[in-house]
Design a binder for this molecule. Structure first.
Ligand code: HEM
Length: 400
């Protein structure tokens, strides 16, 4: 593992090798024990939980809360302003969480998701037309990111002329450097605020309009302006790079093992299974949103104290050999593919069907259209963004 934290002496596992592939580090952690005291690059200590069973149980454990009010003195604090975080379902706990989650769930009722399927196909076909014209392309930018930002902007009701700015800012917020994320934040919130005001005045059939005009029984607005801002902000962030990263990682894995593409082309009924296995094999959400222990507890044989930061490593759980035999094999016909790549328990991803549908349609259409697609650079030259939270290839140069 990389270096040691100068402040606490804990290992810091997150270095260039980790970002290229975190899996050797996870394998070492699996051998070393149940949970591990490490530090992040900002020197903040945390427990990283890697065993499948511990991660699964942790996702459902009410003693591991999201709200930073439970954080101990080691926690460096959040970069985002408190009023935005206060109204965010991602980091709230019941009972407030339960109220906010209702509005999130509304976005993903099957009728809404099914209605998006033809649109996903239309967007994919349009993007592939451009890829065909170019012949050589960075598939990450031209396809894997372009698809989910279009779909999430459709859902929220972001006008076409603002989408490029939304995309740049969302990318910087999630996986940019601290400086890039800081610089992107204000413009993104300003754009969203203006959009909410626009939809409050002139509603359309989109999510921001529905949330803005939702009334309580007494006729008062169900969501305050800060809540609307927070819900829109986090839906955009949560729906975009997660899907872009899943699709990007899947493409990287398949382009490095062309025999797997041949397997899919020979039997397209495998796509749903393949998508699940690809999410297990190299999912985008490597770590769940950080949790805080609300009381002293044990995870495996590790003494976690109230206030400690706990990172549930979804990526490590997916390669736990006790759960998945031959975990480093990409095997579409694997019997047990029950990964934790969409989380579990109260915060389980509400957008999972939408995410799955985008990845499935994108992969199938791409490989049907371009049977000879191949990487334009040696696989060792591929690079991933420096984020231990969401894993996204920086570029995927291909020749079609
Ligand atoms: C393949 C793509 C996706 C993956 C891998 C993914 C993964 C996840 C995971 C792991 C969580 C739980 C995090 C935790 O408990 O710490 C989560 C939560 C969430 N996801 Fe997704 N997601 C995807 C697509 C989407 C899409 C398309 C949307 C919306 C358009 C979305 C919206 C959300 C929201 C709002 C939450 C927070 C739920 C809560 O805290 O109650 N996700 N996602």
């Amino acid at each position: 593992m990389a270096g040691k934290c100068p402040a606490h002496g804990n290992p810091v596992p997150f270095d260039d090798d980790f970002f290229f592939s975190p899996y050797p580090t996870y394998a070492a952690l699996h051998n070393a024990g149940d949970a591990h005291r490490v530090c992040d690059v900002d020197e903040s200590p945390q427990w990283i939980v890697t065993r499948y069973e511990d991660v699964r149980d942790g996702l459902r454990d009410a003693r591991l809360a999201r709200n930073p009010s439970y954080a101990g003195p080691d926690y460096p604090g959040d970069a985002l302003p408190e009023d935005l975080l206060d109204a965010c379902p991602l980091i709230s706990d019941p009972p407030e969480y339960t109220r906010l989650r209702r509005f999130v769930n509304f976005a993903f009722i099957p009728r809404r998701v099914n209605a998006l399927l033809p649109r996903i196909e239309e967007v994919v076909d349009g993007l592939l037309d451009s890829v065909a014209e170019d012949g050589k392309t960075d598939l990450m930018g031209s396809f894997a990111s372009a698809l989910p930002i279009t779909i999430i902007c459709d859902m929220l009701g972001v006008p076409t002329e603002l989408r490029a700015d939304f995309r740049t800012a969302s990318e910087a917020m999630l996986t940019g450097t601290d400086e890039e994320a800081g610089a992107a934040f204000d413009p993104l919130v300003t754009m969203l605020g203006a959009l909410i005001e626009r939809r409050q005045a002139e509603p359309l059939d989109d999510l921001i309009s529905h949330w803005s005009h939702w009334k309580q029984d007494d006729g008062s607005p169900a969501l305050s302006f800060p809540e609307l801002l927070s819900m829109s902000f986090f839906t955009l962030i949560a729906g975009f790079e997660t899907t872009a990263g899943t699709l990007g990682n899947a493409l990287a894995a398949l382009l490095r093992q062309p025999e797997k593409i041949a397997e899919l082309r020979a039997d397209p009924s495998l796509y749903p299974e393949a998508v699940e296995e690809l999410i297990r094999f190299d999912g985008s959400v490597q770590s769940g949103v950080r949790r805080f222990a609300v009381e002293d507890m044990e995870i495996g044989d590790c003494p976690v104290q109230a206030g400690d930061v706990v990172t549930l490593s979804l990526g490590a759980a997916a390669r736990d050999p006790r759960r998945f035999p031959e975990p480093d094999e990409l095997d579409f016909r694997r019997e047990n593919k029950q990964h934790l790549g969409f989380g579990l328990g109260p915060h389980v991803c509400p957008g999972m069907e939408l995410g799955r549908a985008q990845v499935r349609v994108a992969l199938r259409s791409l490989f049907e259209r371009f049977p000879d697609i191949r990487l334009a650079v040696p696989a060792e030259q591929l690079r991933w963004r420096h984020s231990n939270f969401i894993r996204v290839p920086q570029e995927l140069p291909v020749i079609v």
